[in-house]
Design a protein around this ligand. Sequence first.
Ligand code: AHR
Length: 552
Amino acid sequence: MLRRRDFLMGSSAAAAAAAGLLHAQSSSAARIDVLVNEPIARIAPEIYGHFVEHLGGVVYDGIWVGENSKIPNIGGLRKSLVEAFQKVKPGVIRWPGGCFADSYNWRDGIGPRNFRPRRANFWAGSGDWPASAPKDGPGRYDPNHFGTLEFLRFCKLAGGQPYLAANLRSLTARDFYEWVDYCNAPAGATTLAELRAAHGEKQPFNVRYWGVGNESWGCGGNFNPEEYVVEYRRFAEWVPGFGQQLSFVGSGPNSGDQGWTRRFFGKLAEKGGFGKMWGWALHHYSWNVSGGRTNDWVEGKGSAINYPPVEWYELLSDADKMEGLITANWAIMGEFDRQHRVKLVVDEWGSWFKPGSEVANTHLLGQQSTIRDAVLAGMTLDTFHRHADKVAMAAIAQLVNCLQALFFAHEDKFALSPTYHVFDMYAAHQGNQSLRTMVSADDLRFDRNGRPASLRGLSASASLDGKKMVLTVTNPDPKSAREVEIQLRGATGAGEVRGMVLESGGDINAHNTFADPSRIAPKSVTAANVKGGMLTHKFPAASVTKFDISLS
Ligand code: AHR
């Protein structure tokens, strides 16, 4: 049995598709109540975070094409990607990993590019490389052309705050705080500030967010929680601030491993407490479509595109565990950190399929993305909004050419994924007050290898900025549209209502390709009926919808 942590330690095996019979049914009556006078918390723009790791085609081919490339670029950064990325207003951008981070020496990626060393990439030996993948190339041997300053310039251009992950497994606490110094020391203040200036950046970048290790239960050191507490303390105990508030994020649990949270928080509480921790990072991938037949990390995965309908339900059920993971971890954290000083950070989430749908053979963990991934993204972002008091930051994995990517890029070709469009539509929620939103809808029922199973029938969240409300609704039913009555409780009425919908007209396997990049793209939609504070609308099967509503 291969578990995710074993995979991350370097094993490989053949994957197999899961299949199953489908007996889905749904009811059409449903209702959403938005409680306009019950704000939950501000939706942190940082919830709209992204993840860039030196893995396969994420950095090289994806983001970094080089200054001398024929591909249009801004200082070596793929122009089409930068421009599309700006549009979705990235809250934060996490780099350089992931597992890669705990093998990365930031000093390798600074100074003149010609003199930077070439290093073995953490992912070089992964058994998941496509069979035809070349044995060389930046995914296996990192040329270090994209280093700290290239990344920080990328963040500036895209408009997202950097979130750097420190190497806790193979570097020292001193290397960590010197990286902070190189990024944040005021011009001329330290030797590292002078070095940064010599590399072309006199002014500091004031990086606020720092991850202290990554998946320290696995590729980040294979620690137990008590051991990791000791390492965490050493790294976080003294770091120069240079006037910038530093927010440290601890490496939290692998999906449902609540023991990791309990033991870490229990141990940290014994000495020193929570003053040196801002966030606790949960990772949850949606991958197991086997319907309970296996928990094997390879056997349990399915195809990104050619899935039978039952895998639609299974994948979304796996994704919908997010709500329970947030509330369970939050409760445990609160047993020790009673004021909840530490917030939740979900800095890796998204779908993970078996290999075979990558757009180029250099894209390790590259996968296609269908309308199912868009529905997954809509449901997950709605969940984050409903828990805006707990989730302070998140990052979908990963930005381009890897896992649930927003972009596909290879050589001069570039396309947007369905997930990109969800981020574009949902960006309107950023910074708003999340509103209590109650959904009453029959669950979707399906057959899980002979046993009855169910999936949430409808997902929604709402937020408010003055009189402007944003309501997003995801209908995960792959077969039926859902008629919904929406009550805006506490509002006297709705003025202008503008809608956008993302759907695929009933094709649950639909996706965008370089040849057909707009197969899935949002369209405007009008709410069927608006009367006072009530809207009625029929949400298409397998769809994500947003309404911008002016309250009167
Ligand atoms: O996103 C791919 C990998 O998944 C990351 O490197 C690691 O943190 C996680 O297990």
